[in-house]
Design a protein around this ligand. Structure first.
Ligand SMILES: *Cc1c(COP(=O)(O)O)cnc(C)c1O
Length: 370
C-alpha cells in the first residue's frame, strides 16, 4: 500500500444524504463541501454527490470554479466573503451578498445572488436599518437576479436549550415577511439550518438545509446528539465517511529510561518497541495530540509517545509483538474491533471534530472506497 491513504466511503456519504432526505423531506439539500469538503476531498465528494443533492455550498468563488469545471450541476452557493470584483462567475454559481454596499455593487451585474441576514451571530449579514435600505434598493431594482435569503445560527450545537436559535428564527421570519413584500415576481429560497439545526429544529429547515459536518457522518456536537436522544423516534444514523491510514515505516527497541521525541517530554518506563509513522502536524495531526492520542495497529491501540513532530510520530507497540514495518497504522477509522474517531482526536486535542478533519492536509490523496 502507499504510505498514506485517506479513504472516503461512498456508501457512508450517500447514506448520510438519504438520512437528511428523511429528516427534512420538504427541504432542499445543500451539501456543504467548502474547505476541501471538510478534509474529505472536494472534487472527489463533488463528483460523487452531484447527482444526489440539490445544491453545493462553498466558501470561495475559486472553490466554485474548480467544482464547476468537473460537474455542470447542481447550482453552487458561494457563502464566504471574497473579492469577486473582477472575477468571472461561472454558470450556475450564486453569490451571497451581505452588505448594502455589495448589493449596490453586484446586485445588477446579472449574477444571481442570495442576501444574508444577521439574526444574532453578529458576523456577516444585513441587520436593522441596513437591511431596510437593502430591501428598498432591491424593491427599486426588480431586474436584480435576487433568488434567496439566508441566515446562520450562532449556538445550536453548543446548547440543549434552543432559546437563542428560536429568537434567531423569529427574527428571520420577520425579515422573510419584509423580503416577500418587495420580491415582486422573484421567487426566493429561504434557508437557515446547518447540520445541528437541521437535525434538531424542525422550524429551521425552511426551503433548504445546508449540511456540512453531518454529511460526513459526524455529529456537530454531543449536545446535538443529546438533544435528539431525549425525543421519541430513532436517532438518525450518521456514518463517518473518512478513514485516515498511514504505515509503520520503522520499528526499533528502545530501553527503559530513554526519553522520546523533542523536548524529552516522554520517558520510557520499560524496554519498549516504538514504531515510527510518517505523519505529523504538517499533515494535520495536531501537535496537541502529543502523548495523548492512540493509533490502531493490527486491531490494537498504540499510544502516541512524546511530541508529535512536523512529519512523524512515535507510537508504543510493545504489546503488539508481531507489529512490523509496513503495517497499516490507522489514525482515524476502524481496524478490527477498535475505532479511533474524529471525536476521539478532538477530545484529546481539546478541539472539535470539524477542525480535526478539515485540517488533514489537502495534498494527501483521497480515495473513494465502497
Ligand atoms: C459551513 C457552513 C454550513 C455547514 O455547517 P455544518 O455545521 O458543518 O453543517 C452551513 N452554513 C454556512 C453559512 C456555513 O458557512
Amino acid at each position: 500500500m502507499t504510505l498514506h491513504a485517506i479513504e472516503i466511503s461512498r456508501s457512508a456519504l450517500l447514506a448520510n444524504v438519504e438520512t437528511f432526505r428523511e429528516v427534512a423531506p420538504e427541504s432542499r439539500f445543500m451539501a456543504v463541501i467548502k474547505s476541501n469538503a471538510y478534509g474529505h476531498g472536494m472534487l472527489e465528494v463533488a463528483g460523487l454527490l452531484a447527482p444526489h443533492v440539490d445544491w453545493f455550498g462553498v466558501n470561495t468563488l475559486a472553490e466554485a470554479r474548480r467544482i464547476r469545471a468537473i460537474v455542470p450541476e447542481p447550482p453552487i452557493l458561494v457563502m464566504g466573503l471574497n473579492g469577486w470584483e473582477d472575477q468571472p462567475v461561472p454558470q450556475g454559481v450564486t453569490l451571497v451578498l451581505a452588505s448594502l454596499q455589495q448589493i449596490q455593487a453586484f446586485g445588477t451585474r446579472g449574477i444571481p445572488f442570495h442576501i444574508k441576514i444577521d439574526t444574532g451571530l453578529s458576523r456577516l449579514g444585513l441587520r436593522g436599518s441596513e437591511l431596510d435600505e437593502a430591501l428598498q434598493y432591491l424593491a427599486e431594482h426588480p431586474q436584480a437576479p435576487w433568488t434567496g435569503v439566508m441566515t446562520h445560527f450562532a449556538n445550536v450545537e453548543d446548547v440543549t436549550r434552543q432559546d437563542y436559535a428560536l429568537e434567531q428564527i423569529r427574527r428571520f421570519q420577520e425579515a422573510r415577511e419584509q423580503a416577500l413584500a418587495v420580491a415582486g415576481s422573484r421567487s426566493l429560497l429561504f434557508h437557515a439550518a446547518a447540520s445541528a439545526a437541521a437535525l434538531i429544529l424542525p422550524e429551521s429547515r425552511l426551503d433548504m438545509i445546508r449540511v456540512g459536518i453531518s454529511l460526513y457522518g459526524l455529529w456537530p456536537s454531543n449536545e446535538t446528539r443529546l438533544s435528539l436522544l431525549g425525543r421519541q423516534g430513532p436517532l438518525p444514523i450518521l456514518r463517518a465517511a473518512l478513514s485516515w491510514r498511514s504505515q509503520i515505516v520503522q520499528i526499533h527497541s528502545v530501553p527503559a529510561g530513554a526519553s522520546v521525541g523533542y523536548g524529552c517530554t516522554a520517558r520510557l518506563e520499560r524496554d519498549s518497541l516504538l514504531a515510527v509513522i510518517p505523519i505529523g502536524y504538517f499533515e494535520g495531526y495536531d501537535r496537541l495530540l502529543s502523548s495523548r492520542a492512540h493509533v490502531l495497529v493490527r486491531g490494537r491501540r498504540a499510544p502516541v509517545i512524546g511530541r508529535v513532530s512536523m512529519n512523524m510520530i512515535s507510537v508504543d507497540v510493545t504489546h503488539i509483538p508481531d507489529a512490523c514495518a509496513g503495517d497499516r497504522a490507522t489514525l482515524i477509522g476502524r481496524d478490527g474491533a477498535e475505532i479511533v474517531s474524529a471525536e476521539d482526536l478532538a477530545a484529546w486535542a481539546g478541539t472539535i471534530n470539524y477542525e480535526i478533519v478539515s485540517r488533514i492536509i489537502g495534498d494527501l490523496p483521497r480515495t473513494l472506497v465502497t
